[in-house]
Ligand binder design. Structure first.
Ligand SMILES: *[C@@H]1O[C@H](CO)[C@@H](O)[C@H](O)[C@H]1NC(C)=O
Ligand SMILES: *[C@@H]1O[C@H](CO)[C@@H](O)[C@H](O)[C@H]1NC(C)=O
Ligand SMILES: *[C@@H]1O[C@H](CO)[C@@H](O)[C@H](O)[C@H]1NC(C)=O
Ligand SMILES: *[C@@H]1O[C@H](CO)[C@@H](O)[C@H](O)[C@H]1NC(C)=O
Ligand SMILES: *[C@@H]1O[C@H](CO)[C@@H](O)[C@H](O)[C@H]1NC(C)=O
Ligand SMILES: *[C@@H]1O[C@H](CO)[C@@H](O)[C@H](O)[C@H]1NC(C)=O
Length: 410
């Protein structure tokens, strides 16, 4: 480690004003320090974290030992030399008082790690449900961008664990397939623009996402189109010319995948644009009465939102806008069902390819009690199991488990 620091100091002092170009030759004469035992082992008890090397040109592998819970650690500050070890994933260096830099690695306590702790405790006393899943947290203790219901769906959540746009059929690869960056960024942008209390933007006002919350690789703003990275939304070919929306095709836009040229907007966006044109025409002509315009509600991927309504009914639709006739409620008669309608269950049933499809209520919401193979469980409005399984072999319909108040479980 001392060798690293010394060579780092020499490199920076000698070359700091020059523009160093790293080539394969740059590393020829660098002697790399040996990796520690922990960094080599990378097993459950002995592991380390690989980082960019502080040596110029990143010539050597650079790895810090992960400390386990209860091991001594040092917080250090910016003036200290680069440390050799850090508290491992999910742990923080806890000191006894503010001024002290020496402490002990202890479990992090965040909203996310608290959920893990509660799950682990309930696993020990046998009250965790069989379809309940241990919450995944990042190494900083934050919510990972997805949540999965085994055998059903995985969906996107924001940094505080609340559901946001983006959903797919259950996959064990959610970590790779649900980065949810587009839908996570959307709320931030809507809040910054201060659009309204619900932080919503209209179609054409935001980057378009894909169904799983990634960035759509083709983006068009004011009829000018370009390619972006699906994970971070940054322009993929920043030096390429923007392409007029009428001219987009596989030959003009590298990221364009549709066989037919010139297709960008989806049905919901097209309907929105048509209504908007009409609305603007009436406005220009100074019509006093601007009501009666029915804008469709579009999702972040440009398809129809699950809940739509007309003057008499609220109903669930699929992404193409077709009414799901199993979930239509009368706004007058069934106003409670209409008010709480979220169509999350009705939509999930369209996505799930497995055999265990959830039971939905008349309004397309998840039924609070879900039974399968003679056992019942309570779920929240997103379909997550929220309590112990109850054996209901006797009669599923007449002896449902008592479910907790949905408001107190979140
Ligand atoms: C992990 O690796 C270390 C060092 O190689 C070894 O001593 C230890 O037994 C290993 N532990 C497990 C659980 O494999
Ligand atoms: C099991 O553990 C959880 C979490 O600590 C607690 O809330 C619950 O009351 C416990 N249940 C039983 C039956 O001990
Ligand atoms: C996540 O969503 C919830 C509910 O919409 C909101 O209250 C919270 O502020 C959001 N958190 C972040 C970090 O955006
Ligand atoms: C915000 O959402 C609530 C409930 O969905 C709705 O009643 C209200 O009209 C919305 N506000 C705006 C400005 O869209
Ligand atoms: C670009 O697109 C607009 C509208 O989509 C169209 O009116 C215009 O003629 C196009 N310009 C060119 C140079 O093709
Ligand atoms: C509203 O939509 C529902 C469901 O598609 C339909 O049954 C009903 O007739 C519609 N009402 C009006 C006034 O269009």
């Amino acid at each position: 480690m001392i060798a690293i620091l010394i060579s780092f100091a020499i490199f920076t002092s000698v070359f700091s004003d020059e523009n160093i170009l790293c080539t394969t030759k740059s590393c020829k004469d660098v002697v790399c320090p040996k990796l520690s035992e922990k960094c080599k082992a990378q097993n459950a008890t002995h592991n380390g974290v690989f980082l960019l090397s502080p040596i110029t040109c990143n010539c050597c592998e650079f790895c810090l030992d992960n400390l386990n819970e209860g091991e001594e650690c040092s917080k250090g500050d910016v003036t200290d030399p680069v440390p050799k070890e850090v508290c491992g994933p999910g742990l923080v260096c806890k000191t006894n008082n503010k001024d002290s830099t020496d402490g002990v690695c202890a479990k992090m306590e965040t909203a996310c790690t608290n959920l893990q702790k509660s799950y682990d405790e309930r696993g020990i006393n046998g009250t965790a449900g069989t379809l309940e899943v241990r919450q995944d947290c990042t190494s900083e203790g934050e919510f990972v961008p997805y949540k999965c219901i085994p055998g059903q769906t995985c969906y996107c959540v924001n940094a505080t664990g609340h559901r946001i746009f983006g959903e797919m059929d259950f996959t064990p690869l959610a970590d790779d397939l649900l980065k949810c960056k587009c839908s996570r960024d959307y709320t931030g942008i809507a809040v910054v623009l201060g659009r309204n209390e619900n932080a919503t933007l209209e179609p054409l006002e935001h980057f378009r996402c894909t169904a799983n919350g990634d960035y759509d690789s083709v983006q068009c703003i004011n009829d000018k189109c370009f390619c972006v990275d699906e994970y971070d939304g940054a322009p993929t070919y920043p030096n390429d010319k923007l392409v007029n929306i009428t001219d987009i095709s596989k030959s003009t836009l590298k990221c364009y995948k549709n066989k037919k040229a010139g297709v960008f907007y989806k049905d919901c966006e097209n309907e929105y644009i048509d209504v908007l044109k009409m609305y603007n025409k009436f406005k220009k002509n100074d019509y006093k009465k601007l009501y009666g315009f029915k804008f469709p509600k579009c999702d972040l991927d440009g398809t129809y939102q699950a809940v739509q309504e007309n003057s008499t009914h609220k109903y669930c639709v699929d992404k193409e806008g077709h009414v799901l006739t199993s979930a239509v409620v009368d706004k007058g008669k069934d106003s409670d069902l209409a008010k709480s309608m979220d169509c999350k269950c009705a939509r999930a049933r369209l996505i799930i390819t497995g055999e265990d499809k959830p039971e939905c209520m008349e309004n397309g919401n998840y039924a609070q009690v879900q039974c399968r193979k003679g056992r019942c469980r309570c779920v929240d409005s997103d379909g997550n199991q929220v309590c112990d399984d109850v054996n209901c072999e006797v009669d599923e319909k007449n002896s449902p488990p008592t479910c907790p108040d949905p408001d107190s479980s979140s």
